[in-house]
Ligand binder design. Structure first.
Ligand code: NAD
Length: 338
């Protein structure tokens, strides 16, 4: 059993903790929270060991009469792998603690690539993470782009790619972030940072990205164009996506043409928190012009798609060297369709 601790129990951390607790080869030692809020209560209800981020935060748990086992520093020596799901930039501050303790650590996409030995997307470069100490799971947007672009690259070879990212403004539970009435150029310059981030996983792909943020919370949408080397057809591209793991093709007869319907589909699938771990690709949107210009729309459920990646990265850093088997085990445990 791989002993894992989750530091930072927010949008990503709580989902990763649940996913770890579903793995037959992993043991969740505990989760680390800064304050005794409703999420801390829910962690205890789920039977997780709760740890406070610092001695000061432990005092707030005591005052709230909430049981915390101790501080993160007490949990740290027990854990083989730490998943650091703290807010962007905090992982960098925490890293010296992991180094001092000799723990392996998985960081998230809000950290800079140089925090880790490799940036990771399981179906693309699992091997790069095997037996490494520090791995960074790329962001939700980058994970989405890496999954579909690597699939097309393997099938046809990609000459170049460009994508417009239509980003959700905030996660559903965020009461502070906007916009609430505007479309924001985010960033105003082109290219955006997403293309270079894709290249941390797929360095050979020439990609240019641009992004806007819109007032919605459920999902991002990407409008993608790739120029492929080997000619193909719409039907073949749909089949290629259909066969790839963690990509879900949406047929026209399903009647899903919006992110809110995609979220509803996840609810109907019985997914906890309506999580869509897969990247939905709309079959109707797939267009192939002159055999080599491939267009499509894809969705990214930002809260969920990186969750299976974290599970696979834990296996990889602890020496499990079959990407295929890890992906299959993770998929089965989370109910990912294929
Ligand atoms: P979040 O704010 O929802 O959760 C972070 C949690 O960490 C909060 O509960 C916060 O109280 C806690 N925390 C703050 N400082 C801490 C500390 N020093 N020690 C322990 N806990 C601490 O953030 P999130 O959205 O889960 O993001 C976490 C990471 O995942 C970031 O790197 C982010 O960029 C990345 N990510 C986020 C999304 C998304 O859409 N939310 C998607 C993919 C990747």
């Amino acid at each position: 059993m791989i002993k894992v601790a989750v530091n930072g129990y927010g949008t990503i951390g709580k989902r990763v903790a649940d996913a770890i607790s579903k793995q037959s080869d992993m043991k969740l030692l505990g989760v680390v929270k800064t304050k005794p809020d409703f999420l801390a209560k829910m962690a205890l209800q789920r039977g997780y060991n709760l740890y406070a981020a610092s001695p000061e935060s432990l005092e707030t748990f005591k005052k709230a009469k909430m049981e915390a086992k101790g501080t993160f520093k007490e949990l740290l020596p027990e854990a083989e792998v730490i998943v650091d799901a703290t807010p962007s930039g905090t992982g960098k501050q925490n890293k010296p603690l992991y180094t001092e303790n000799g723990s392996k650590a998985i960081f998230e996409g809000g950290e800079k690539p140089d925090i880790a030995e490799a940036s990771f997307c399981a179906q693309v470069n699992y091997d790069k993470a095997v037996n490494k100490k520090y791995i960074r799971i790329v962001s939700c947007n980058t994970t989405g782009l890496c999954r579909t672009l690597s699939t097309l690259d393997k099938a046809y070879g990609i000459e170049s790619a460009d994508a417009v990212l239509i980003r959700r403004a905030a996660d559903p539970n965020d009461p502070e972030t906007g916009p609430i009435n505007g479309i924001v150029l985010d960033p105003p310059h082109i290219p955006s940072h997403h293309g270079p981030d894709v290249q941390t996983v797929l360095p050979h792909i020439k990609i240019t990205t641009m992004a806007v943020t819109v007032p919605t919370t459920l999902m991002h949408i990407h409008a993608i164009h790739t120029r492929v080397k080997q000619p193909t057809t719409k039907e073949d591209v749909v089949q290629t996506f259909h066969k790839a793991t963690r990509i879900m093709t949406i047929p026209p007869e399903d009647g899903i043409t919006s992110t809110n319907q995609a979220a509803e589909y996840a609810r109907e699938l019985g997914r906890t928190r309506s999580d869509l771990y897969e990247i939905p690709v709309w079959e109707e949107s797939v267009g192939v012009i002159d055999g080599k210009d491939v267009y499509y729309f894809q969705g990214v459920h930002q809260e969920a798609n990186v969750v299976p990646e974290n599970v696979d990265a834990i296996r990889a850093v602890t020496g499990f060297n079959s990407a295929e088997e890890s992906i299959q085990r993770t998929n089965e445990s989370l109910g990912i369709l294929h």
